[in-house]
Design a protein around this ligand. Structure first.
Ligand SMILES: C[S@@+](CC[C@H](N)C(=O)[O-])C[C@H]1O[C@@H](n2cnc3c(N)ncnc32)[C@H](O)[C@@H]1O
Length: 444
């Protein structure tokens, strides 16, 4: 069965998370089409969309694809779909709702240079007319200009999924997919998990809960109630998300004040999200001295933003950056040695390093990852190699990391997946096995 997943702003990271979650859950996939906005996947089983969505920080919508059309040339979606929508067909898309129906139409173009803004209105009009001819009371919700797709906020606020349907069209050069949205990201809950926490420290910085969730997912398949360590826990964002995802959370920080902040936040979080007591533990420690505080510790994965060095109000000069990189290399060398004392072979460390934007798409990054590689860790490619080769817009750095950047921040985060110990090859993912059905990335 085919699904489409609308990807978040940092689409490479969103895609890496999604594919890792599928692998962790033992779901086989084929990538049928991909753009910076959306990926179409053939899955070997049905998914529980709501549960899935709640676990994915980087996915905005999950769409069940219902029909696929071959395109002959540069036809518009409304031309391809002229005779497709009938009353019977539309009824199949809509939620059974007896009051005034609300529906939306969104178009995602697989080629971002081709826009279909007017097409959204045309198709919505077509559907509305068919429903009105059957004496149905109906309202169409359209994307806000210049977008051609509804946001998760519009879908939620207009109760489209309960009172009708969001009909989604994904248009490429050779194929057109039609489906309906099953679920959208719960943006309100992410907001609560971020802004309603009792102790927020903007100066030290906090990672957004969505990114924390993505990083936890990149840690691979972990057993339920496996213990995740954040040794630079700050205000405890990664720890709260780990608990929400069914893991035990262990956090430490050099600063007593940060431990107190985390304690307040995690107690609030535990009560708010009904997490049973005893699911987290906090202690003050230098990240390179954890085993002295807790002997015989066993950890399933380490997920941490880490320290990014001094907090800069404006872009630091190059010598300052280099000095910071040198100090961080020294620190992470000690810290990665320490991690070996409580990680089992095969487990992962997900870490952020600072990356300073020096031009529109270039960053000044730590010159090397010797601190990890010399200690027996390997950097894992966050995406299957053939995928980033085929879809050139995917942004994996030459050293296999992904940069998470935000306009308002001086320093971006370079997210790296480290594997500890020998790499045992796992079952390969089926990638575009059915080549004849897959459009070329260049054409898309
Ligand atoms: C960027 S903040 C982490 C923020 C956290 N991810 C959050 O969302 O709240 C980095 C944290 O690392 C801590 N830290 C710095 N050096 C450390 C060290 N050597 N050992 C342990 N913690 C350290 C700082 O006190 C700070 O709380």
């Amino acid at each position: 069965m085919q699904y489409a997943f609308v990807l978040g702003r940092v689409y490479t990271l969103s895609l890496a998370e999604l594919l890792q979650v599928l692998i962790s859950k033992g779901i086989k996939y084929q990538v049928k089409a991909c753009s910076p906005e959306v990926v179409v996947l053939e899955l070997d089983q049905q998914i529980k969309a709501e549960e899935f969505q709640a676990h994915l920080g980087g996915v905005i919508k999950i769409i069940r694809l219902i029909d696929t059309f071959q395109k002959k040339g540069k036809e518009y979606p409304s031309q391809v779909l002229t005779n497709y929508f009938t009353y019977k067909q539309i009824k199949g898309y809509f939620h059974d709702y007896t009051g005034k129906k609300q529906f939306g139409v969104s178009i995602y173009s697989l080629d971002p240079s081709i826009r279909f803004r007017e097409e959204v209105g045309r198709i919505a009009f077509l559907i509305k007319k068919i429903l009105q001819d059957q004496a149905q009371s109906v309202r169409a919700v359209l994307p806000q200009f210049p977008s051609q797709a509804l946001s998760s906020v519009q879908v939620t606020e207009n109760q489209i999924l309960n009172k009708g349907a969001e009909i989604v069209i994904i248009s490429g050069n050779q194929r057109l997919f039609v489906g309906k949205t099953l679920v959208v990201q719960n943006y309100e809950d992410y907001g609560r998990r971020d802004y309603q926490r009792p102790s927020r420290d903007e100066k030290v910085g906090m990672i957004p809960p969505k990114v924390a969730q993505i990083m936890i997912n990149l840690a691979g398949p972990l057993k339920p109630l496996g213990q995740i360590l954040d040794p630079f826990c700050g205000s405890g964002t990664i720890l709260q998300e780990a608990m929400l995802m069914g893991y035990k959370a262990l956090g430490s920080d050099l600063e007593q004040k940060m431990i107190e902040n985390s304690e307040k936040n995690l107690e609030w979080f535990r009560n708010r999200y009904h997490v049973s007591p005893g699911r987290y533990k906090l202690f003050k420690s230098h990240a390179a001295e954890i085993s002295m505080q807790i002997p015989n510790l066993k950890i399933a994965a380490i997920v941490t933003e880490g320290t990014l060095g001094p907090i800069y109000g404006k872009m630091p000069k190059k010598p300052e950056m280099q000095n910071n990189f040198k100090n961080l290399s020294k620190l992470y060398d000690q810290v990665f040695k320490e991690f070996k004392k409580f990680l089992t072979e095969g487990s992962r460390v997900i870490l952020c390093l600072p990356a300073y934007r020096v031009s529109a798409s270039a960053y000044e990054q730590m010159p090397d990852l010797d601190f990890a590689e010399q200690n027996g860790y390997t950097v894992l490619d966050p995406l299957p190699k053939d995928l980033s080769t085929k879809y050139k817009f995917l942004r994996v750095t030459p050293r296999k990391s992904i940069i998470y950047d935000r306009k308002d921040q001086v320093v971006a985060r370079e997210i790296i997946v480290f594997h500890y110990g020998e790499i045992i090859k796992t079952e390969p993912v089926i990638e575009d096995a059915n080549a004849s059905e897959t459009e070329s990335a260049d054409k898309e």
